[in-house]
Design a protein around this ligand. Structure first.
Ligand code: PHE
Length: 344
């Protein structure tokens, strides 16, 4: 029986030694130390032994059991440790792996140009004013000195919705609205960015919908030199410090006198090139002194107050600034085009 126990111990320890995983180890535990295992069997058979033999065999059996149990728990710790290490090594993060780039959007070039112009005028004390895109005939035309039947209405082919409602053809109605809100009290100093609509056939330089920014200053003793100085600051900030501007006589029903404003060519510096069509100058906007009729219709005393107004197209400015040859690029939303205009 002693031999048998010794034999069991050797056998069990060998198996423990060879166990590859926790499951195998548990099987060994059940097989040798379990209720149906050989050691329990030996202990059960102790009743048949003599009184002298019994304690000797009991002690031996316990010794064997202890030895196997200790071997199992040592092996178990070892296997658990190995398992943890294996898991850790499987889950390591390779910090040298290049990251996946996150795609970040950017402003639409028109939004960027509008915001740049807004910032510039906000810095000069202007406020931003907005008005509806569906406008009344009154504010779009009549309040701007363009009564019904006036031939100059043809300068701006319109989308009419009803006899009295249309999609605004310019941002100038916001001038008339804002002046009216001021109830004859100056000063007024606003810029009005927004969408406008004209019944044009779309091509490289025309679009039935585009953007305008209107500027209006009304106060006592505002003169043409204020207009010129303001637009000079604008042109230099937008197109470079060396730029100059020039005013050419023009016509708008709501301004008198009216001017077209040119900026010296930023491509050739004024010598003459393809961008300026060899003239050295590029037209950038329309402007003038607010017509006394417009002031009076909006409730301002034209003897006391005078003002200047200007209107420009951010599309045109962006096309000039970035050398874009087709206005339709702004509206077809090709990301390859749009993502070139990331601002710093
Ligand atoms: N509203 C004019 C246009 O769309 C531009 C303009 C605005 C001209 C203000 C003079 C003064 O053509």
């Amino acid at each position: 029986m002693q031999e048998q126990l010794k034999q069991l111990q050797t056998e069990a320890l060998e198996k423990v030694e060879q166990a590859q995983d926790l499951k195998a180890l548990n099987d060994i535990r059940v097989a040798y130390l379990g209720k149906k295992g050989p050691i329990t069997e030996v202990l059960r058979g102790m009743g048949k032994l003599s009184a002298e033999e019994r304690p000797v065999m009991g002690a031996l059996a316990n010794e064997v059991r202890e030895a196997i149990a200790t071997a199992i728990s040592t092996k178990q710790e070892h296997l658990e440790q190995v398992a943890v290490e294996e898991k850790l090594s499987k889950e390591t993060i390779d910090v040298t792996l290049p990251g996946r780039p996150v795609k970040v959007g950017n402003h639409h070039p028109i939004t960027a140009v509008v915001e740049e112009i807004e910032d510039l005028f906000l810095g000069m004390g202007y406020q931003i004013a907005e008005g509806p895109e569906v406008e009344t005939d009154y504010f779009n035309f009549e309040a701007l000195n363009l009564p019904k039947g006036h031939p100059a209405r043809d300068m701006q082919d319109s989308f009419y919705i009803t006899e009295e409602l249309l999609l605004r053809t310019h941002t100038s109605p916001v001038q008339a609205r804002t002046m009216q809100e001021h109830k004859g009290q100056g000063p007024v100093k606003i810029i009005c960015p927004g969408k406008v609509y004209r019944r044009d056939s779309d091509d490289a330089t025309h679009s039935h919908q585009f953007t305008q920014i209107e500027g209006l200053v009304v106060d006592e003793s505002i003169s043409m030199s204020d207009l010129k100085g303001t637009l000079e600051v604008f042109a230099k900030k937008m197109f470079g410090e060396e730029r100059e501007i020039r005013l050419r006589p023009s016509f708008f029903p709501f301004t008198e006198p009216s001017v077209e404003v040119d900026v010296s060519c930023f491509s050739c510096g004024g010598k003459g090139c393809n961008v300026c069509k060899k003239t050295g100058w590029i037209e950038i906007l329309g402007a003038g002194m607010v017509h006394p009729n417009v002031l009076e219709m909006a409730g301002f005393d034209s003897k006391k107050y005078s003002g200047f107004a200007f209107g420009m197209g951010p599309e045109r400015i962006a096309m000039l600034k970035y050398g874009i040859d087709d206005i339709r690029h702004f509206y077809t939303d090709d990301v390859r085009f749009l993502k070139q205009f990331k601002r710093a």
